[in-house]
Write a protein that binds this ligand. Structure first.
Ligand code: UD1
Length: 416
């Protein structure tokens, strides 16, 4: 199994180009099922998760080819409606094929994803929403099964803001008969990007960018040529790395408004941040200041940056309080950061972090994608060598991370 070996203590310096967003690429890939034909998705990150999703689409009968970051998907020949457990269990977002399959074929057999490393991750809103639109879904041997489904417009008010459920129901509504109103939808840039892609494909969606979407179903959609938006979580992770190492880096190819909440917190921690149309420069302080963070749906502070922010707080002057309101158990990084000398007390979904002057290198284990990112940036700032095991988690969501960090002056290598 691959490991990362990092020798800490070097400030990051230079420019880094941010990749396309994993969480925007996956819904875009799913949406290609809605319109038979050849789609071109540009700026798709080459990650384990996009490869897994490509495999799901291939099993359904689509033809895919990658040239660099251009992904061409031909969904004309799709002839299966089954997404198997073996793939869905490795990547929950595979469930995004459910609505497109129901919309296009009136049937689907998609594995339920099960739990994940940081606790339960329900899909009840996806299922109840589709049921409200007329899909009589059954759970059979661990699979969500729909037969003879004819999706019809409905009014659905989500009681929790969910990215996944918003994506799922939006894809269900665009080809449904009649009008669907979705209330309390997620506003994450990934969701808006999907909405824009669907509009380019011929969908009729009103209210994009607000908490209420009104979708008038159309008979058919056209294949599209679209560009995946930059990855705001990758960008914010690099910004956090600059903050922790007292570095000075420029993030290129970004949309600053997509990660304003993490940038604001880094400014509060003492970073100097300069924004242009598509670049952000971050200059870290000699030592970050303590900050308090509460995760919220967009435009709030993203749960996907909680672990990395705890790493920053671990070396801050003072005591920080970090609360995750989205995923209450998402703290597996805390024990690993403690092995590097961090002082973190966990009280339910609240981490109280007492900053130490310096972390020290240790052998640690990556436990999930963002937890792994927090260990990497902690290691960049730590004294001595850190060996991070199980880094396949990082390969799910960061494109050529060690190359990009190496180019910024980090001492980092992959070994196996
Ligand atoms: C997406 C992101 C993930 C991010 C998360 C929150 C993708 C592929 N993944 O995950 O990186 O951490 O948003 O920003 O884009 N919930 C329910 N019932 C449901 C669905 C969700 O109760 O049917 C709850 C969840 O338990 C959670 C909250 O809603 O507390 C938000 O989850 P959601 O936005 O759905 O996360 P994902 O779409 O799975």
């Amino acid at each position: 199994m691959d490991k990362l070996v990092i020798t800490g203590g070097r400030p990051l310096e230079g420019a880094v180009r941010i990749s396309g967003a994993k969480n925007a690429a996956l819904p875009a890939m799913a949406a290609t099922l809605l319109a038979p034909g050849v789609h071109r998705l540009r700026n798709v990150p080459r990650l384990r998760d996009t490869q897994t999703f490509a495999r799901v689409l291939e099993l359904l009968g689509a033809k895919l080819s990658f040239e660099g970051n251009l992904l061409t998907i031909d969904t004309q020949g799709v002839n299966s409606v089954e997404a198997p457990y073996e793939l869905v269990k490795t990547m929950r977002a595979s469930i995004y094929v459910l609505a497109p399959l129901l919309a296009r074929f009136g049937q689907a057999r998609v594995s339920l994803p099960g739990g994940c490393a940081w606790g339960p991750r329900p899909v009840n809103l996806h299922l109840s929403g589709l049921q409200a639109m007329g899909a009589a879904l059954e759970i059979e041997s661990g699979y969500i099964v729909g037969r003879d489904v004819k999706l019809k417009g409905a009014t659905i008010a989500f009681d929790v803001v969910s990215v996944g459920a918003t994506v799922q129901l939006l894809m269900a509504a665009v080809l449904a008969e009649g009008t669907t109103v979705l209330e309390n939808v997620a506003l994450e840039p990934d969701v808006i990007a999907l909405g824009e892609m669907l509009v380019a494909s011929g969908a009729r969606i009103a209210g994009l960018g607000t908490r209420r979407l009104t979708i008038h179903g159309v008979r058919a959609l056209r294949p599209v040529d679209t560009e995946i938006i930059p990855d705001r979580i990758e960008a914010a992770t690099f910004a956090a790395a600059a903050a922790m190492t007292g570095g000075n880096i420029r993030l290129e190819g970004v949309v600053p408004g997509h990660f304003e909440a993490p940038l604001g917190k880094l400014e509060e921690a003492g970073c100097v941040v300069q924004r242009s149309v598509d670049t952000v420069s971050v200059s870290g302080p000699p030592r970050p200041k303590a900050v308090n963070v509460v995760t919220q749906p967009f435009p709030g502070f993203p749960t996907d940056m909680q672990a990395q922010m705890i790493a920053v707080c671990a070396i801050a002057g003072g005591t920080s309080v970090v609360e995750d309101t989205i995923y209450l158990d998402r703290f597996t990084h805390v024990q690993e950061l403690a092995r590097m000398g961090a002082r973190i007390e966990l009280k339910g979904n609240v981490a109280v972090v007492t900053g130490v002057a310096r972390l020290s290198g240790a052998q640690v284990m990556a436990t999930d994608l963002r937890a792994s990112a927090s260990l990497v940036i902690a290691a960049l700032a730590a004294r001595g060598e850190t060996v991070i095991d199980r880094i396949y988690h990082l390969d799910r969501g960061y494109e050529t991370l060690e190359k990009k960090l190496g180019a910024l002056g980090a001492e980092i290598r992959r070994v196996n």
